[in-house]
Design a protein around this ligand. Sequence first.
Ligand code: HEC
Ligand code: HEC
Length: 205
Amino acid sequence: MAYTTLKKALIGALVISASSVTFAADEKKATMTGASADMLSNTCAGCHGTYGASAGPATPSLGGISSEYFQETMAGFASGDIKSTIMGRIAQGYSEEEIALMADYFSKQKYVPAKQSFDEALAKKGAKLHDKYCEKCHAEGGSSAEDDSGILAGQLIPYLRYTLADYKAGDREMTKKMKKKVNKLMQKEGDAGFEALFNYYASQQ
Ligand code: HEC
Ligand code: HEC
């Protein structure tokens, strides 16, 4: 609960711009069929940064994301299967073709890990926990987009924290296998284990 409130407060300021973005997207659909991937993706830059390198604490970076994961996540936002603060409204403004175009665009951008501070000791502990619980699907220390599982390395700590909180609360569904590992980590290490993981992902810059 606390996380959700904090998350809302953090990105509350962005909601205003999100509404105008949604409006612009609707307008585009009506008036600009044939918009290029570049043009479409420009509307995302205010929050996700130019070329998909995140510009805000609760916003993930998109550059280098897998095309499949991008399309599935956008569909999940649009249908409401993946709970979101902002993306649900935005995702509904685009056609499947437009989303496929943007998926292609972002997957071809270079992933830019966020510059942020982290705790060295926690990062060390997190590296070990990552290998044990997460590396199997989030390969290369969570920096690989393979397996369509989302990039973890270099994402901003608040985004990782909110996302895990959403998963644990059931607001976003984990695959069965990921759930097993997340539960096991929770049992053995508690919240401190997750904080260590977040610091490890933050340390990859
Ligand atoms: C007003 C800010 C804002 C704008 C504009 C915005 N996003 Fe987002 N995006 C977010 C936030 C915040 C999240 C985290 C989910 C949530 O709470 O909505 C997110 C999550 C995502 C994710 C999930 C990434 C992951 O790693 O799981 C994708 C994909 C995405 N956005 C695509 C887009 C695209 C494409 C556009 C432009 C058409 C866009 N976003 C515009 C704020 C924004
Ligand atoms: C069996 C495979 C598997 C394992 C193990 C696994 N994950 Fe995942 N993870 C996935 C898949 C697939 C997705 C993308 C689908 C989804 O939205 O759930 C994902 C998505 C995520 C996301 C969202 C990424 C984003 O950009 O929003 C986070 C955060 C995450 N995993 C953290 C973890 C952590 C931490 C661990 C270890 C404790 C872990 N995962 C273990 C398969 C796995």
